[in-house]
Design a protein. Structure first.
Length: 197
């Protein structure tokens, strides 16, 4: 069951989104390696390449989790390189990961699906209606709606609901091998996992 925010809260949620002064989402030019970047990734990459060794890619599991930068899956969950397909989106929702799950299972043979949502998730703070409203407010209805009308942002009201909904989606999907699925919550305060499903 979904709970809708009242109109004032909905407006507050829309205002809280960082859409009032959006940055360009797509670079207009291909930046050179020497250009200015948000991330200091070139030097760390060069240093890492000194000790780099090619690895096998033999995934046995799929991890679906949120794009939140506080979650470092390889560190937090002890993932060995090459063994897990990590799929990330806002909220870590399964609905947004279905195409990649199908590819992972059919083409790569992974057979377990682990869903990890987390405390203090932004997709728990907003509503789909609030995000639609913010986009339409900024870009105008005529520009935004042809794109946003078909998008479900999959915001959620509680970790219990989001995890149970996503595990049910996996189990009910006719094309997904769902013999091994589980749903977990990751606490961004203490770094601990708790199994919900
Ligand atoms: Zn999140």
């Amino acid at each position: 069951m979904r709970f809708l925010l009242s109109a004032p809260l909905l407006a507050a949620a829309a205002l809280a989104l960082p859409f009032s002064a959006p940055r360009a989402l797509v670079p207009r030019e291909h930046p050179s390696l020497e250009g200015t970047h948000t991330l200091p990734f070139v030097t760390p990459n060069t240093e890492a390449a000194h000790t780099f060794a090619p690895m096998d890619h033999e995934p046995t599991a799929i991890l679906v989790t949120c794009m939140d930068g506080r979650i470092l899956p390889e560190e937090a969950f002890g993932i060995k390189a090459g063994t897990v397909n990590v799929l990330r989106n806002a909220g870590g929702r399964v609905a947004g990961a279905i195409p990649s799950i199908l590819v992972s299972q059919v083409a790569l043979g992974s057979h377990e699906i682990i869903v990890v949502h987390h405390t203090d998730c932004g997709m728990h703070k907003y509503t789909d209606a609030g995000i639609h409203e913010a986009l339409e407010s900024h870009y105008g209805n005529d520009t935004a709606r042809p794109y946003t009308d078909s998008i479900a942002f999959n915001t959620f009201t509680s970790l219990n609901h989001s995890l149970h909904d996503d595990i049910r989606l996996l189990r009910d999907h006719p094309l997904i091998n769902s013999t091994q699925v589980s749903g977990w919550a990751y606490n961004v305060t203490d770094g601990l996992l708790q199994r919900y499903v």
